[in-house]
Design a binder for this molecule. Structure first.
Ligand SMILES: Cc1cc2nc3c(=O)[nH]c(=O)nc-3n(C[C@H](O)[C@H](O)[C@H](O)COP(=O)(O)OP(=O)(O)OC[C@H]3O[C@@H](n4cnc5c(N)ncnc54)[C@H](O)[C@@H]3O)c2cc1C
Length: 266
């Protein structure tokens, strides 16, 4: 690990001031950034920790009934706070990594990192969430821009993520046991007018919506509705030592069916 300075602001004003320094970087829960720094794959002169800023932690409902989660809220806190308001989010958060990861890692850090196998991007895209930063609001559709790429600018802080609440939803994750990240995972959300299906872990470009499945499930919310629906193209899927593209494409179908059943589709 290279030498660095750690700043611990207690409010957004001080955080933004600290981030104005050249080569300063946001530190969320450190569950991705610190291992990267330890491996000397990342070097920064100043880390600005968000963990002391209470304003960007916690879960509430806004006037539109959306569940809004502060960017600095840990996965463990979401798992506790969303059990009644949006159970599928609580379930997703409660299965990220292990207790140590969930106690430190944050929703803002996960969405900023946009790992192609991360869980939160699937929930955000399937729910039609809005990513709120200290500068603007970004629709999930516009936010995810490929593997580890997002619409965020440098030093732009995710302060909140707002999720419309579906009628029913579920997240099904096929775990890669060594890392506990999903090999493939699917979030299915049924709203009054349509079903949305978002897939993570599978594609080289990161999270994506499986629109053919959405059309079929909007007509009939049942696993059988997916019979005959073409799977995503295996050539667009990730291929590595854990599974090739056709295996991952197959898993997309399997996990989507499981998510529909978990959400109550018959
Ligand atoms: C063993 C292990 C297992 C894991 N398993 C899973 C899993 O199953 N599913 C899953 O989804 N993830 C998993 N993770 C990753 C975990 O969810 C991390 O919490 C997450 O990827 C990063 O969040 P963080 O708060 O720790 O961010 P950090 O590591 O602190 O930061 C990550 C990046 O985000 C930026 N950043 C942090 N917070 C903000 C913010 N509020 N606004 C803007 N930028 C910000 C940082 O500058 C950095 O670039 C795992 C991690 C480990 C170590």
């Amino acid at each position: 690990m290279y030498e660095f300075e750690l700043k611990r602001p207690r409010n957004m004003t001080d955080a933004l001031q600290a981030l104005a320094a050249e080569d300063a970087q946001i530190l969320g829960g450190g569950q991705t950034l610190i291992p990267t720094m330890k491996a000397r794959l990342s070097m920064t002169e100043t880390l600005v920790a968000l963990s002391g800023i209470e304003d960007i932690k916690g879960v509430c409902r806004d006037d539109a009934g959306r569940v809004c989660i502060g960017g600095g809220t840990t996965h463990a806190a979401v798992a506790r706070a969303c059990a009644d308001s949006y159970p599928a989010l609580a379930s997703l958060a409660g299965r990220i990594g292990d207790p140590a990861v969930r106690t430190r890692g944050t929703i803002g850090g996960s969405l900023a990192n946009n790992d192609p196998s991360a869980c939160w991007p699937a929930a955000a895209l399937a729910s039609g969430a809005t990513v709120v930063t200290h500068l603007r609001k970004i629709a999930a559709e516009d936010y995810f821009q490929g593997m580890f790429a997002t619409a965020l600018d440098d030093a732009e802080i995710i302060t909140e993520v707002c999720f419309p609440v579906p009628v029913r939803a579920a997240y099904e994750k096929f775990i890669q046991p060594a890392s506990r990240f999903p090999l493939v995972a699917v979030f299915v959300a049924q709203f009054d007018d349509a079903v949305r299906v978002a897939v993570t872990g599978a594609a080289a470009d990161g999270v994506f919506r499986w629109t053919a499945a959405e059309t079929a499930l909007t007509t009939q919310f049942a696993p059988g509705a997916l019979d005959g629906v073409a799977l995503p193209d295996a050539g667009d899927m990730l291929s590595d030592l854990h599974g090739d593209g056709s295996y991952r494409a197959h898993l997309v179908g399997v996990m989507t069916r499981r998510a529909v059943v978990s959400a109550g589709g018959q």
